[in-house]
Design a protein around this ligand. Structure first.
Ligand SMILES: NC(=O)c1ccc[n+]([C@@H]2O[C@H](COP(=O)([O-])OP(=O)(O)OC[C@H]3O[C@@H](n4cnc5c(N)ncnc54)[C@H](OP(=O)(O)O)[C@@H]3O)[C@@H](O)[C@H]2O)c1
Length: 272
Protein backbone atom coordinates (compact mmCIF):
# COMPACT_ATOMS: atom_id res chain seq x y z
CA UNK A 1 0.00 0.00 0.00
CA UNK A 2 1.52 3.33 -1.04
CA UNK A 3 1.20 6.45 1.10
CA UNK A 4 -2.12 8.10 0.28
CA UNK A 5 -3.69 4.95 -1.15
CA UNK A 6 -6.76 3.36 0.38
CA UNK A 7 -5.66 0.70 2.87
CA UNK A 8 -6.25 -2.71 1.39
CA UNK A 9 -8.69 -5.08 3.09
CA UNK A 10 -11.73 -7.27 2.68
CA UNK A 11 -15.13 -5.72 3.33
CA UNK A 12 -18.80 -6.56 3.10
CA UNK A 13 -21.49 -4.02 2.25
CA UNK A 14 -24.62 -3.14 0.35
CA UNK A 15 -24.84 -2.23 -3.33
CA UNK A 16 -26.17 1.31 -3.60
CA UNK A 17 -26.06 1.74 -7.35
CA UNK A 18 -25.15 -0.66 -10.16
CA UNK A 19 -24.60 -0.62 -13.90
CA UNK A 20 -23.54 -4.26 -13.76
CA UNK A 21 -26.44 -6.63 -14.55
CA UNK A 22 -25.06 -9.15 -12.04
CA UNK A 23 -25.68 -6.80 -9.09
CA UNK A 24 -28.77 -4.92 -7.96
CA UNK A 25 -29.13 -2.15 -5.39
CA UNK A 26 -29.72 -3.80 -2.02
CA UNK A 27 -27.52 -6.84 -2.78
CA UNK A 28 -25.03 -7.66 -0.04
CA UNK A 29 -21.57 -8.16 -1.53
CA UNK A 30 -18.11 -9.05 -0.29
CA UNK A 31 -14.81 -8.15 -1.92
CA UNK A 32 -11.47 -6.40 -1.45
CA UNK A 33 -13.06 -2.96 -1.16
CA UNK A 34 -10.46 -1.52 1.22
CA UNK A 35 -10.86 0.58 4.34
CA UNK A 36 -13.47 3.07 3.15
CA UNK A 37 -17.15 3.85 3.53
CA UNK A 38 -17.96 3.71 -0.20
CA UNK A 39 -16.22 1.77 -2.94
CA UNK A 40 -16.47 1.55 -6.72
CA UNK A 41 -15.98 -1.86 -8.27
CA UNK A 42 -16.01 -3.46 -11.72
CA UNK A 43 -17.67 -6.48 -10.12
CA UNK A 44 -14.68 -8.77 -10.62
CA UNK A 45 -13.90 -10.97 -7.61
CA UNK A 46 -17.00 -9.67 -5.87
CA UNK A 47 -19.36 -12.28 -4.48
CA UNK A 48 -22.95 -11.98 -3.35
CA UNK A 49 -23.60 -12.88 0.27
CA UNK A 50 -26.83 -14.50 1.40
CA UNK A 51 -27.93 -12.60 4.54
CA UNK A 52 -30.36 -15.43 5.37
CA UNK A 53 -27.48 -17.91 5.80
CA UNK A 54 -25.63 -16.21 8.65
CA UNK A 55 -24.83 -12.66 9.79
CA UNK A 56 -23.20 -10.90 6.83
CA UNK A 57 -20.06 -10.24 8.91
CA UNK A 58 -19.29 -13.96 8.71
CA UNK A 59 -18.41 -13.44 5.03
CA UNK A 60 -15.20 -11.87 6.37
CA UNK A 61 -14.55 -14.61 8.90
CA UNK A 62 -15.79 -18.14 9.26
CA UNK A 63 -17.56 -18.01 5.87
CA UNK A 64 -14.85 -15.96 4.19
CA UNK A 65 -11.11 -15.70 3.68
CA UNK A 66 -10.05 -16.81 7.20
CA UNK A 67 -12.45 -19.77 7.10
CA UNK A 68 -11.13 -20.83 3.69
CA UNK A 69 -7.54 -20.44 4.93
CA UNK A 70 -8.25 -22.78 7.82
CA UNK A 71 -10.18 -25.23 5.65
CA UNK A 72 -7.76 -25.59 2.73
CA UNK A 73 -4.63 -25.03 4.78
CA UNK A 74 -5.46 -27.81 7.18
CA UNK A 75 -7.17 -30.28 4.87
CA UNK A 76 -5.10 -29.84 1.70
CA UNK A 77 -1.67 -28.90 2.99
CA UNK A 78 -1.67 -30.97 6.20
CA UNK A 79 -4.05 -33.82 5.29
CA UNK A 80 -4.85 -34.80 8.89
CA UNK A 81 -6.01 -38.32 9.65
CA UNK A 82 -8.33 -39.40 12.47
CA UNK A 83 -6.41 -40.07 15.66
CA UNK A 84 -3.54 -37.73 14.79
CA UNK A 85 -2.43 -34.78 16.92
CA UNK A 86 -2.81 -31.33 15.35
CA UNK A 87 -1.08 -28.36 17.00
CA UNK A 88 -2.05 -24.84 15.96
CA UNK A 89 -0.36 -21.59 16.95
CA UNK A 90 -2.30 -18.32 16.99
CA UNK A 91 -5.08 -20.66 18.02
CA UNK A 92 -7.62 -18.14 19.33
CA UNK A 93 -7.55 -15.94 16.23
CA UNK A 94 -9.73 -15.91 13.14
CA UNK A 95 -7.87 -18.69 11.30
CA UNK A 96 -6.45 -20.69 14.22
CA UNK A 97 -9.74 -21.08 16.09
CA UNK A 98 -11.26 -22.72 13.01
CA UNK A 99 -8.24 -24.94 12.31
CA UNK A 100 -8.58 -26.62 15.72
CA UNK A 101 -12.29 -27.15 15.28
CA UNK A 102 -11.90 -28.62 11.78
CA UNK A 103 -9.20 -30.91 13.17
CA UNK A 104 -11.68 -32.11 15.83
CA UNK A 105 -14.37 -32.67 13.18
CA UNK A 106 -11.83 -34.95 11.44
CA UNK A 107 -11.28 -36.97 14.61
CA UNK A 108 -7.92 -35.44 15.55
CA UNK A 109 -6.57 -34.31 18.90
CA UNK A 110 -6.44 -30.49 18.72
CA UNK A 111 -3.89 -28.58 20.78
CA UNK A 112 -3.81 -24.78 20.72
CA UNK A 113 -1.24 -22.14 21.63
CA UNK A 114 -2.49 -18.64 22.47
CA UNK A 115 -1.47 -15.53 24.36
CA UNK A 116 -3.83 -15.16 27.35
CA UNK A 117 -5.40 -17.47 29.95
CA UNK A 118 -8.90 -16.43 28.87
CA UNK A 119 -8.09 -17.37 25.27
CA UNK A 120 -6.83 -20.75 26.49
CA UNK A 121 -10.08 -21.33 28.42
CA UNK A 122 -12.09 -20.28 25.37
CA UNK A 123 -10.25 -22.87 23.26
CA UNK A 124 -10.77 -25.77 25.64
CA UNK A 125 -14.17 -24.89 27.13
CA UNK A 126 -16.01 -23.34 24.19
CA UNK A 127 -14.30 -24.54 21.01
CA UNK A 128 -13.60 -28.12 22.08
CA UNK A 129 -9.79 -28.11 21.80
CA UNK A 130 -8.36 -31.07 23.73
CA UNK A 131 -5.63 -28.96 25.30
CA UNK A 132 -4.12 -25.50 25.07
CA UNK A 133 -1.53 -23.32 26.75
CA UNK A 134 -0.62 -19.67 27.17
CA UNK A 135 2.77 -19.06 25.55
CA UNK A 136 3.20 -15.79 27.43
CA UNK A 137 3.20 -17.53 30.84
CA UNK A 138 5.11 -20.63 29.71
CA UNK A 139 8.89 -20.71 29.71
CA UNK A 140 9.49 -24.20 28.32
CA UNK A 141 7.33 -24.60 25.20
CA UNK A 142 8.83 -27.98 24.39
CA UNK A 143 7.97 -29.46 27.78
CA UNK A 144 4.42 -28.09 27.53
CA UNK A 145 3.99 -29.52 24.02
CA UNK A 146 5.32 -32.91 25.16
CA UNK A 147 2.84 -32.93 28.02
CA UNK A 148 -0.10 -31.94 25.80
CA UNK A 149 0.87 -34.17 22.86
CA UNK A 150 1.72 -37.50 24.48
CA UNK A 151 1.84 -39.16 21.04
CA UNK A 152 3.90 -36.36 19.46
CA UNK A 153 2.84 -33.86 16.79
CA UNK A 154 1.57 -35.16 13.45
CA UNK A 155 0.40 -31.81 12.09
CA UNK A 156 1.60 -28.33 12.99
CA UNK A 157 -0.42 -25.43 11.57
CA UNK A 158 1.78 -22.39 12.03
CA UNK A 159 0.37 -18.89 12.29
CA UNK A 160 3.19 -17.30 14.26
CA UNK A 161 6.71 -18.63 13.56
CA UNK A 162 9.72 -17.87 15.77
CA UNK A 163 10.48 -19.71 19.00
CA UNK A 164 7.02 -21.35 19.19
CA UNK A 165 7.64 -22.97 15.84
CA UNK A 166 11.15 -24.05 16.91
CA UNK A 167 9.58 -25.87 19.88
CA UNK A 168 6.94 -27.54 17.70
CA UNK A 169 9.61 -28.73 15.26
CA UNK A 170 11.40 -30.54 18.07
CA UNK A 171 8.28 -32.56 18.87
CA UNK A 172 7.14 -33.69 15.41
CA UNK A 173 6.57 -37.33 14.55
CA UNK A 174 7.84 -39.29 11.58
CA UNK A 175 5.79 -38.23 8.56
CA UNK A 176 4.60 -34.96 10.14
CA UNK A 177 3.15 -32.22 7.97
CA UNK A 178 3.72 -28.56 8.77
CA UNK A 179 1.72 -25.77 7.11
CA UNK A 180 3.24 -22.30 7.18
CA UNK A 181 0.15 -20.12 7.14
CA UNK A 182 1.46 -17.05 8.96
CA UNK A 183 4.55 -15.78 10.78
CA UNK A 184 3.08 -12.95 12.80
CA UNK A 185 5.92 -12.96 15.35
CA UNK A 186 8.26 -11.97 12.52
CA UNK A 187 6.30 -9.37 10.53
CA UNK A 188 7.31 -6.28 12.48
CA UNK A 189 10.83 -7.17 13.55
CA UNK A 190 13.30 -4.42 12.73
CA UNK A 191 16.07 -7.02 12.50
CA UNK A 192 14.91 -10.32 10.98
CA UNK A 193 15.70 -13.30 13.23
CA UNK A 194 18.14 -15.78 11.77
CA UNK A 195 16.89 -19.28 11.07
CA UNK A 196 15.39 -21.76 10.58
CA UNK A 197 18.03 -23.96 12.13
CA UNK A 198 16.04 -27.04 13.03
CA UNK A 199 15.37 -28.33 9.55
CA UNK A 200 17.38 -31.46 10.27
CA UNK A 201 14.29 -32.49 12.22
CA UNK A 202 12.57 -32.78 8.83
CA UNK A 203 15.28 -35.22 7.74
CA UNK A 204 15.14 -37.55 10.69
CA UNK A 205 11.34 -37.34 10.87
CA UNK A 206 10.90 -37.54 7.09
CA UNK A 207 8.50 -34.62 7.49
CA UNK A 208 7.15 -32.00 5.10
CA UNK A 209 6.91 -28.25 5.57
CA UNK A 210 4.92 -26.16 3.09
CA UNK A 211 3.89 -22.55 2.86
CA UNK A 212 0.62 -21.67 1.21
CA UNK A 213 -1.65 -18.76 0.31
CA UNK A 214 -5.40 -19.18 0.49
CA UNK A 215 -5.66 -17.61 -2.99
CA UNK A 216 -4.10 -20.70 -4.55
CA UNK A 217 -7.38 -22.48 -3.78
CA UNK A 218 -9.56 -19.80 -5.41
CA UNK A 219 -11.07 -22.22 -7.92
CA UNK A 220 -12.35 -24.33 -4.99
CA UNK A 221 -13.68 -21.57 -2.70
CA UNK A 222 -17.28 -22.62 -3.31
CA UNK A 223 -16.60 -26.14 -2.09
CA UNK A 224 -14.95 -24.76 1.07
CA UNK A 225 -17.73 -22.29 1.78
CA UNK A 226 -20.47 -24.89 1.29
CA UNK A 227 -18.73 -27.24 3.75
CA UNK A 228 -18.03 -24.53 6.32
CA UNK A 229 -21.66 -23.32 6.11
CA UNK A 230 -22.87 -26.90 6.57
CA UNK A 231 -20.73 -27.38 9.70
CA UNK A 232 -21.93 -24.04 11.01
CA UNK A 233 -25.57 -25.07 10.49
CA UNK A 234 -24.93 -28.39 12.23
CA UNK A 235 -23.46 -26.57 15.23
CA UNK A 236 -20.01 -28.14 14.66
CA UNK A 237 -18.26 -24.79 14.34
CA UNK A 238 -18.27 -21.93 16.83
CA UNK A 239 -16.91 -18.54 15.85
CA UNK A 240 -16.23 -15.26 17.59
CA UNK A 241 -16.20 -11.80 16.09
CA UNK A 242 -14.95 -8.67 17.75
CA UNK A 243 -16.24 -5.32 16.49
CA UNK A 244 -14.59 -1.93 16.59
CA UNK A 245 -17.01 0.90 15.83
CA UNK A 246 -16.25 3.53 13.17
CA UNK A 247 -13.76 3.67 10.31
CA UNK A 248 -11.69 6.19 12.29
CA UNK A 249 -10.90 3.37 14.73
CA UNK A 250 -9.75 0.91 12.04
CA UNK A 251 -6.03 1.58 12.63
CA UNK A 252 -6.47 1.00 16.36
CA UNK A 253 -8.32 -2.25 15.69
CA UNK A 254 -5.59 -3.40 13.32
CA UNK A 255 -2.79 -2.64 15.78
CA UNK A 256 -4.80 -4.28 18.58
CA UNK A 257 -5.10 -7.44 16.46
CA UNK A 258 -1.33 -7.44 15.89
CA UNK A 259 -0.89 -7.26 19.68
CA UNK A 260 -3.37 -10.06 20.39
CA UNK A 261 -6.25 -7.99 21.73
CA UNK A 262 -8.72 -9.87 19.55
CA UNK A 263 -10.60 -13.10 20.16
CA UNK A 264 -11.67 -14.61 16.84
CA UNK A 265 -12.07 -12.29 13.86
CA UNK A 266 -11.39 -8.59 14.37
CA UNK A 267 -13.86 -6.48 12.38
CA UNK A 268 -14.59 -2.78 12.03
CA UNK A 269 -18.16 -1.56 11.61
CA UNK A 270 -17.95 1.31 9.14
CA UNK A 271 -20.78 3.74 9.71
CA UNK A 272 -22.06 5.74 6.75
N1 LIG B 1 -1.50 -18.00 4.15
C1 LIG B 1 -2.63 -17.33 3.98
O1 LIG B 1 -3.24 -17.35 2.92
C2 LIG B 1 -3.17 -16.55 5.12
C3 LIG B 1 -4.49 -16.07 5.11
C4 LIG B 1 -4.95 -15.38 6.24
C5 LIG B 1 -4.11 -15.16 7.33
N2 LIG B 1 -2.82 -15.61 7.27
C6 LIG B 1 -1.92 -15.46 8.42
O2 LIG B 1 -2.45 -16.27 9.44
C7 LIG B 1 -2.17 -15.71 10.71
C8 LIG B 1 -3.46 -15.53 11.48
O3 LIG B 1 -4.26 -14.56 10.82
P1 LIG B 1 -5.64 -14.11 11.45
O4 LIG B 1 -6.25 -13.16 10.49
O5 LIG B 1 -6.40 -15.31 11.89
O6 LIG B 1 -5.17 -13.26 12.72
P2 LIG B 1 -5.59 -13.52 14.22
O7 LIG B 1 -5.02 -14.85 14.62
O8 LIG B 1 -7.04 -13.29 14.37
O9 LIG B 1 -4.83 -12.34 14.97
C9 LIG B 1 -3.45 -12.37 15.11
C10 LIG B 1 -3.05 -13.05 16.42
O10 LIG B 1 -1.66 -13.31 16.40
C11 LIG B 1 -1.20 -13.47 17.72
N3 LIG B 1 0.15 -12.90 17.84
C12 LIG B 1 0.54 -11.62 17.65
N4 LIG B 1 1.87 -11.50 17.84
C13 LIG B 1 2.33 -12.73 18.18
C14 LIG B 1 3.62 -13.27 18.51
N5 LIG B 1 4.71 -12.48 18.54
N6 LIG B 1 3.72 -14.58 18.80
C15 LIG B 1 2.63 -15.37 18.78
N7 LIG B 1 1.37 -14.93 18.47
C16 LIG B 1 1.23 -13.63 18.17
C17 LIG B 1 -2.19 -12.71 18.63
O11 LIG B 1 -2.81 -13.64 19.50
P3 LIG B 1 -2.14 -14.07 20.92
O12 LIG B 1 -2.93 -13.39 21.97
O13 LIG B 1 -2.33 -15.55 20.91
O14 LIG B 1 -0.70 -13.63 20.89
C18 LIG B 1 -3.24 -12.16 17.64
O15 LIG B 1 -4.57 -12.26 18.14
C19 LIG B 1 -1.43 -14.41 10.44
O16 LIG B 1 -0.03 -14.65 10.56
C20 LIG B 1 -1.80 -14.07 9.01
O17 LIG B 1 -0.81 -13.31 8.38
C21 LIG B 1 -2.35 -16.31 6.21
Amino acid sequence: VKIGEVMTGGAVGEVIESRNPKFQPGDIVQGMFGWQQFAVSDGKEVRKVDPALAPVSTSLGVLGMPGLTAYFGLLEICRPKAGETVVVSGAAGAVGSLVGQIARIHGCRAVGIAGTDSKVLHLTDELGFDAAFNYKTTSDYRARLREMCPSGIDVYFDNVGGVITDAALWEINVGARIAICGQISQYNLEQPEMGPRLLWQLIVKRARIEGFLVFQFASRYREGLVQMAQWLKEGKLTYREQFEEGIENAPRAFLGMMRGENLGKQLVRVST
